[in-house]
Design a protein around this ligand. Structure first.
Ligand SMILES: Nc1ncnc2c1ncn2[C@@H]1O[C@H](COP(=O)(O)OP(=O)(O)OP(=O)(O)O)[C@@H](O)[C@H]1O
Length: 580
């Protein structure tokens, strides 16, 4: 269950779940019909008993003996079939409802705005989508099963009892709850006294434990008489509470029996009185008692139904909260027929919610199509924020991003995002094969997958795997090393047919040889792709067509490696540090 600070009322949560069950109402209706049939057969049991007792013992029986097994077996067979159908159909409805709810939750998760993920506690998405719906609907479903399985027969039985003998039924309905309340009081007292005795025992143990642990202190304080008195008090409490417990236990059984006898004698007296005055038979009374016992066993289950309903709704609150997470806004409508990869950023501003300072503060730069540029700057300068803004993950508060001259705000998010292939700092891989990870969400073309893996300097490694391209890589690539994970993510980006490639610290975990191999591959694509490199390593950025130096959310220097060195500013200082 997801911990939440603010929770909607349980009734509201229930209403949120109803639309998921509504499309499967036919299953529910069929389940109810099956349980109504079960209730109907239950009523027949005391009725048959009555007939058997009243007419069956006569020498010339009113019915043949073979009818007894035939009717009884037939009755229970029908009851069993309808009981099975009821349970099956209800679980069918529950299963469909859970499926729809899960699908809606997954949709909400996939569409959620970026701020949802920033605040998301670890593991809670899985809980909200996988465990919460199952647990909530299961608990509510079990409660509905109880309500249907026991409630409908209980109602039927109650109707039968009234039909059979309304006076005795009314008297019983008054007597039984009074008996139940009194018995509950008796049981509560037994429990209370039991816990008091337990607590007294714990106190006594801690007094002895203190005395044993603090023996030196006790003697140095001359506190032996004090501890003796403390022990005597605690021991006396144990004696008193134990005696009370024994008395309460000893009294509870005869008291319960006495109460039961009072109730029972009232019912039996009334039945006998009716027998004498109104001519009812022993068979009638036996049928009445049987129906009453059946009703009571159903009522006991019904009394326990409130708890799972409350628990189910509390669990449901966790997942319905996800349904309310606002979806990502996508106001743009335009599309790009072709994209060369020219990026113009004009006076871009971005401030995260709750942040004191802007992450991007009037940033302007131009990256012509086919150029390779590098972004460098101190940690927190806004390099990753720019990448987020380019892909529409962080909506800017001012300025414009032009892609091939088109304002990205006017394009759909999908149209913008498919123009970028990004390897970010935090690599995300899927628990699937190497091939599926490279050709993620696309139809894999083995030749292109191989080419991407070769460019990412991972082909030799993949060939050494037991199942090659089809080897599964574990959750988030857990069977790979840090460098291999990075190279796989690079291969995935290279495989994507996007005009702009972004590498955000994408080679930080690579050894020099692998890094050089990746660089060479990028050089081979130079001119065809727009490449943005973010790196703290000089070797990664020095060959870029243009290096932008960022500080506090804006570009403070730009030029080629040699131009910036000649400038003698931040970049030159950074190079000096990198070389020492
Ligand atoms: N989701 C966020 N919510 C609030 N503030 C953020 C968020 N992401 C980044 N920031 C802040 O925005 C500023 C720029 O961060 P950004 O990650 O863009 O820097 P960076 O240059 O990429 O740093 P690094 O080189 O360490 O990756 C920092 O002050 C950072 O604390």
């Amino acid at each position: 269950m997801t911990p939440r600070t603010e929770r909607p009322p349980l009734g509201q949560t229930f209403q949120r779940l109803v639309p998921f069950a509504r499309p499967h109402a036919r299953g529910l209706a069929a389940a109810i019909a099956a349980y109504v049939a079960v209730g109907g057969t239950e009523v027949l049991i005391p009725e048959l008993l009555k007939t058997a007792l009243n007419d069956g013992f006569a020498q010339q029986g009113a019915f043949s003996l073979w009818a007894v097994p035939a009717v009884l077996i037939g009755l229970f067979a029908i009851r069993g079939i309808f009981g099975f159908l009821g349970q099956y159909l209800l679980h069918w409805t529950i299963g469909r409802t859970v499926l729809d709810l899960r699908q809606a939750l997954m949709d909400a998760l996939l569409r959620a705005q970026a701020t949802y993920y920033v605040k998301l506690p670890g593991g809670s998405a899985v809980t909200q989508v996988v465990s919460d719906p199952q647990q909530a609907i299961q608990l509510l479903g079990q409660a509905s099963i109880t309500l249907l399985r026991d409630g409908l027969p209980a109602l039927a039985m109650l109707g039968y009892l009234f039909f059979m003998n309304w006076k005795l039924t009314l008297m019983t309905l008054v007597t039984l709850p009074v008996m139940a309340v009194v018995l509950k009081q008796v049981n509560q007292r037994v429990r209370r006294v039991g816990s008091a005795a337990y607590d007294a025992q714990i106190t006594l143990s801690s007094v002895v434990d203190d005395a044993a642990r603090a023996w030196k202190l006790i003697r140095s304080f001359d506190a032996v008489p004090f501890e003796r008195a403390r022990f005597a008090d605690a021991a006396t409490q144990v004696r008193r509470q134990t005696l009370k417990q024994v008395a309460a236990n000893a009294l509870s059984q005869p008291l319960s029996q006495l109460i039961a006898a009072v109730g029972l004698s009232a019912i039996v007296s009334m039945a006998l009185y009716q027998g004498r005055v109104e001519g009812s038979t022993p068979g009638d009374f036996a049928a009445f008692c049987t129906a009453l016992l059946l009703l009571m066993s159903r009522a006991r289950h019904l009394a326990e139904v409130a708890q799972p309903i409350t628990n189910g709704l509390i669990v449901a609150q966790g997942c319905t909260a996800l349904l309310d997470v606002p979806a990502e806004r996508d106001p743009g409508t335009g599309t790009l027929p072709e994209c060369r990869g020219d990026l113009q950023i004009q006076d871009l501003r971005l401030q995260y919610e709750g942040s004191a300072a802007p992450a991007l503060d009037g940033l302007s730069l131009h990256i012509p199509a086919g150029h390779t540029v590098a972004l460098v700057g101190p940690s927190g300068a806004g390099k990753s924020s720019l990448i987020h803004a380019l892909q529409g993950f962080a909506p800017p508060s001012g300025g414009r991003i032009l892609l091939d001259g088109y304002d990205t705000q006017s394009l759909t998010l999908n149209e913008v995002r498919r123009r970028f292939a990004v390897v970010s700092q935090d690599i995300v891989l899927f628990d699937d094969s190497v091939m599926s990870n490279v050709a993620y969400a696309q139809n894999p073309n083995p030749a292109r997958v191989e080419a991407a893996l070769r460019d990412a300097a991972l082909w030799d490694f993949v060939q050494s795997l037991p199942e090659g391209l089809h080897t599964r890589i574990g959750a988030n690539g857990s069977t790979l090393s840090g460098g291999q994970r990075q190279r796989l993510a690079i291969a995935r980006a290279l495989y994507r047919d996007a005009p702009i490639w972004i590498f955000d610290e994408a080679t930080s975990a690579l050894d020099t040889e692998s890094e050089r191999a990746v660089q060479e591959a990028l050089t081979r694509h130079q001119g065809q792709k727009t490449v943005i490199l973010i790196a703290h390593r000089l070797s990664t950025v020095r060959h870029a067509d243009c290096i932008f130096v960022m500080q506090a959310g804006r570009v403070v220097e730009s030029g080629t490696h040699s131009e910036l060195l000649a400038l003698g500013g931040f970049y030159a200082h950074w190079v000096t540090l990198a070389e020492t």
